[in-house]
Design a protein. Structure first.
Length: 278
């Protein structure tokens, strides 16, 4: 159900030399199955390339994460939105760079409220050892370039109780002890996203990758991981521009993984294994 018709917000003033804020089109929904699905149903070509469309929802009936993951959110308590963009000259190989840019924007916004925000490969945002946000990027291609990019974000803002079997959720309210207006957080995320998106559009991948790697969850030390074959200890060596995670295990061997091929072990077992390898 649509609460507010589409409206536009034009940039005011310059953001750095020769840069103006992108025109924003907001679509505010009360309930939808998924803001990413809503964005994908919008016909390609109806949105100008110089603007971003932001779809927000009070509640998602089928909020999605990476793969088959689902997102739990109490109605009206959290920030659920998608940003739809039509990049002018972003190569298909830069898809994960766009994902990094979006994650960095969420981190930068949350950094304004609290410390200990990190980025857990491939697409989660963590506070300490608990998940505060999940992201999902979906793209359509035209030849070797990205025709449309839809960046979906869920951020736990004011929810106090989580009832699903998600192992480690946390909300901003649980961290700072008071409610925060979701729209306030949204505007901060969009502000930072425009900055990083501009870097991607201009081909400046290196600073994005450097900041992403610096912000990685468990970027230092040996930690437990689990792949299709075994539980093992490893440290993060690198993340490639295409999103592969390179780990160096306790025996010094490098292991390379794509999405869903390896998982972090985050529970009391992780603490026990960490102690054993000190």
């Amino acid at each position: 159900m649509l609460l507010t018709p589409c409206n536009y917000s034009k940039g005011k003033g310059k953001r750095g030399k020769g840069k103006r804020r992108m025109k924003r089109r907001y679509i505010r929904l009360e309930v939808t199955d998924s803001t990413n699905n809503y964005a994908k149903q919008m016909p390609i070509g109806t949105t100008a390339t110089e603007e971003m469309t932001i779809i927000t929802a009070q509640y998602q009936e089928s909020g999605r994460g990476q793969g088959t993951n689902h997102w739990e959110s109490e109605a009206g308590k959290n920030l659920l939105f998608s940003v739809s963009l039509f990049p002018k000259a972003v190569a298909a190989r830069q898809q994960y760079i766009l994902s990094m840019a979006g994650a960095l924007a969420v981190k930068a916004a949350l950094d304004e409220y609290t410390s200990y925000i990190t980025l857990k490969w491939p697409n989660d945002v963590y506070w300490r050892d608990r998940k505060i946000s999940g992201t999902l990027i979906e793209t359509s291609l035209s030849g070797q370039t990205i025709r449309r990019c839809i960046y979906g974000v869920g951020i736990n803002i004011n929810q106090e109780t989580f009832v699903s079997n998600a192992p480690n959720p946390v909300s901003l309210r649980q961290i700072v002890g008071h409610d925060t207006p979701p729209d306030e957080v949204l505007e901060k995320v969009l502000h930072h996203f425009e900055h990083y998106y501009q870097l991607v559009s201009e081909g400046h991948d290196d600073p994005i990758m450097a900041q992403y790697k610096q912000a990685l969850y468990r970027k230092e030390g040996l930690w437990p991981y689990h792949d299709a074959h075994e539980l093992f200890m490893a440290r993060i060596k690198d993340v490639t521009p295409t999103g592969q995670l390179i780990l160096t295990d306790a025996d010094g061997h490098n292991r390379t993984y794509a999405f869903k091929e390896v998982s972090f072990v985050i529970n009391t077992e992780a603490s026990k294994l960490k102690e054993e390898h000190k």
